[in-house]
Design a protein around this ligand. Sequence first.
Ligand code: HEC
Length: 126
Amino acid sequence: MKRTAQAATLAFACVLCLAFVLRGATHYGAASATQKQPLKANGMSAAALYGKNCATCHGKDGRSKTFKGKLKHAPDLTDAQWQAGKSDEHLFNSISNGREKMPAFGKKLTAQQIESLVSYVRGLKK
Ligand code: HEC
């Protein structure tokens, strides 16, 4: 009987120890992820949102040299001259409501996420 109690205590200690180690590891991971991607909205970084929703057409680099981007005449988002002609409000509106062959994201993403994408697009400027 005493042995079982001892074994149980040991097992409990192991679980505690493991939980502690795992907790530390996830904390560390989260901290370094935030450092790499400072733009965050609703738990997803702007870079991740862009990669998931926009890169198929605009490409990871924003130059829209993808098959879909060329097919639909997507603009080169990195073009400084092109960017200079568009206000933040204008970009926000186009992402929310769509424009020509560009799909609308107003129902799929929150205003906060779209704002983070506007900043992300600004960051693509060459
Ligand atoms: C299905 C392909 C496609 C996807 C996906 C897509 N776009 Fe576009 N995007 C386009 C096309 C095509 C245009 C050019 C629209 C036009 O004719 O003015 C465009 C234009 C834009 C513009 C310029 C709008 C303007 O008013 O000049 C921005 C900014 C933009 N996209 C950002 C994004 C972002 C951010 C995402 C992801 C949330 C995204 N796009 C997803 C195809 C796409």
